[in-house]
Design a protein around this ligand. Structure first.
Ligand SMILES: [Fe+2]
Ligand SMILES: [Fe+2]
Length: 288
């Protein structure tokens, strides 16, 4: 695993900010089509800075390899993703993002305090890996769709120098969490596994969608990307992909249960929140 992290760091330095060509053919149309995606993704990528503060609280005594990954490899990469996407949306005439970089929730501080007990910290660490898995898988899917969407709009420079380089860095993050999650799960005891399952079921949600406003933004983003088109079959397909590894690890022993239902439900809540807002099932029109 340490080798994987070293390799990620060497092969994927943060994308140089001056390597990006922001030339847009029709910035207005781009903003209309993908404004909500840029708003959501730029915020979530930049909020990684706060996530690292949270991790330091959550895991007072982390394995060295985890710390090396999130502080030296993951955060610098994601921060550049955020800076680039934010610059793109501003150049397209949209508002800059206002990420929450510092404010950590009470719930997290409480978990951090409990985490001083080693066995509890292992549960927190497992939750961290599972969150990472779902988030990075969602990122890969989103950037695939966004890349195709930009090409469809004829925005070749943006597709090639913004979305493609970002997209290339996400699978390595996913792979890291996958190795880490499999390793740790096999070491957890019965009560720890029970606690992980219970907490996931109760707290699963899309990353960066904590309040109503943010859930709405997320819902708009997945609709703009065409991940959700109005019927539950798309949503189920998306949830299957995002929850696949979590399902295998946590729930596969229970026959008949497909992807964890809470994954599907959380996406459906966000998608339906947007539909209610629009009063219909038209694709989101992006941010004004
Ligand atoms: Fe990213
Ligand atoms: Fe990532």
């Amino acid at each position: 695993m340490a080798d994987h992290v070293d390799r990620l760091g060497e092969e994927h330095p943060p994308i140089p900010l001056d390597s990006v060509d922001y030339t847009m053919k029709r910035p207005g149309l781009l903003a209309e089509r993908f404004g909500s995606v840029l708003a959501y993704m730029s915020r979530v990528e930049l909020e990684v800075e706060r996530n690292v503060i949270e991790l330091n609280i959550l895991l007072p005594d982390p394995p060295e390899v985890d710390q090396h990954f999130y502080a030296d490899v993951w955060m610098p990469q994601e921060t550049h993703h955020g800076l680039i996407l934010d610059r793109l949306q501003v150049l397209a005439g949209l508002e800059a993002t206002t990420p929450n970089l510092t404010e950590v929730s009470f719930r997290l501080k409480l978990l951090g305090a409990l985490g001083r007990v080693g066995a509890v910290q292992d549960v927190s660490r497992m939750l961290y890996y599972l969150t990472g898995l779902a988030t990075e898988r969602s990122a890969v899917l989103a950037y695939n769709k966004l890349h195709a969407g930009m090409l469809e709009l004829g925005e070749r420079a943006v597709a090639r120098t913004v979305v493609a380089p970002i997209r290339r860095q996400e699978p390595g993050h996913f792979a890291y969490y996958q190795i880490a999650a499999r390793g740790l799960w096999s070491q957890l005891g019965g009560w720890q596994k029970w606690l992980v399952r219970t907490l996931r079921r109760k707290t699963f949600g899309p990353v960066g969608a904590e309040n109503k406003q943010q859930r709405l933004e997320f819902g708009k983003a997945i609709r703009s990307l065409g991940i959700v088109t109005g019927d539950d079959a798309d949503l189920q397909h998306y949830a299957d992909q995002v929850g696949r590894v979590e399902h295998e690890l946590l729930w596969a022993h229970r026959r008949g249960l497909r992807v964890p239902k809470y994954v599907f439900e959380s996406f459906r809540r966000a998608a339906h929140a947007t539909a209610d807002l629009d009063g219909d099932h038209q694709p989101a029109r992006g941010r004004a």
